[in-house]
Design a binder for this molecule. Structure first.
Ligand code: DON
Length: 338
């Protein structure tokens, strides 16, 4: 259960535009004040450097497709993007190769298992099932264009920077820390190799994957990156087309089914938005045609999703009418001549 027990937030309809700037700003302030004291969850420590994060950090950014920025709290604090990179690397690979290729080689169905599951690969004849879990993300990174590992890495770094609208930098400490503790990802890459599912060097591919996860972003960056997917692939702040409208659509479809790991169904049921989380505490949630939310707070639940971030998205989705599935009864209004 993501939503707060016993607390109701009136669901506005998703059809139509966003509420006024004043309503959005006041709602962001209210949500920040309501959840900044929530101390459920733990700061991730399986990548040792992540444990240094201050659990009090809490930032909320909402950027409209038209480019208007609404923010409260720690929206300029940098943290490593972690699994949220998977969504944008998927989009870049679909753009440079094709969505069909990723569909066929990696898959687009939820595993129903944890993000680092080995069993999910074993149960499916070596097919990782989707690009949002670690095995599928490693297989997707392997498809990134580039003749050398350095070139593939630069294509990822510059591609994610175009989504953010600014040059993103590697957090060397996070990268080093993860490289000493990522035996499981190396094992997943070897397993994929044994099934003939990746043909690039498995350990080099894990190295690039670990670099992509170590790029530093802020809650503001996540909202810009998400708003780019919300607006047919055009970055609302730079005006630059980063991916095609078709790729943006395909990425959002995948995020809706797989972005929150084994909790994706529950997330879609309660919040109704395509989204992606990272274990360092970030969440990006996208309202197609309207904009995106970037949230950051380091305490995560057992699935690796930020606790305050999920609560904030739950509240904002309802209060701002973001849920894709919420509609008003137009037919009745037409019949009554209103
Ligand atoms: O591969 C890993 O385990 C990390 N680099 C990323 C995991 C992650 O963010 C899971 N998210 N909730």
């Amino acid at each position: 259960m993501v939503g707060p027990e016993g607390e109701t937030v009136t669901q506005r309809a998703s059809t139509g535009g966003l509420p006024s700037d004043g309503v959005i700003d006041a709602t962001l302030e209210e949500v920040h004040a309501r959840y900044h004291g929530l101390d459920d969850g733990e700061v991730a420590d399986y990548i040792p450097v992540l444990a240094e994060a201050d659990p009090r950090w809490f930032g909320l950014s909402l950027i409209e497709s038209a480019g208007t920025v609404h923010e409260v709290g720690d929206v300029d604090t940098e943290f490593s993007i972690q699994s949220i990179s998977k969504a944008f690397v998927f989009a870049l690979v679909c753009q440079s190769r094709s969505s069909e290729l990723v569909h066929e080689r990696v898959g687009v169905n939820n595993t129903g298992l944890a993000f680092n599951s080995v069993m999910a690969v074993e149960l499916n004849d070596g097919k990782p099932l989707n690009s949002m879990v670690n095995a599928g993300a490693i297989a997707t990174t392997a498809l990134m264009p580039g003749t050398t590992s350095a070139e593939k890495w630069e294509n990822i770094r510059s591609g994610l920077s175009r989504f953010a609208g600014r040059p993103l930098r590697l957090d060397g400490r996070v990268y080093e820390s993860e490289m000493t503790t990522n035996q499981r990802n190396k094992a997943l890459a070897r397993l994929l190799e044994s099934y003939g599912r990746i043909i690039t060097d498995p350990l080099d591919t894990v190295d690039i994957y670990t670099r992509q996860c170590s790029l530093q972003v802020t809650a503001h960056d996540l909202a810009v990156m998400g708003a780019t997917l919300a607006d047919g692939g055009i970055n609302p702040l730079t005006g630059r087309q980063v991916v095609s409208a078709e790729v943006a659509r395909d990425t959002l479809a995948l995020l809706a089914s797989c972005g929150m790991y084994e909790n994706s169904g529950e997330w879609l049921f309660e919040i109704g938005l395509p989204a992606k989380s990272g274990v360092s505490g970030g969440i990006v949630a996208i309202a197609p045609g309207k904009g995106a939310l970037g949230t950051f707070s380091p305490r995560v639940d057992a699935a690796g999703n930020s606790v305050r971030g999920q609560r904030a998205c739950f509240h904002l989705s309802r209060a701002l009418g973001l849920n894709l599935f919420a509609s008003n009864a137009v037919a009745q209004r037409v019949r009554e001549g209103r």
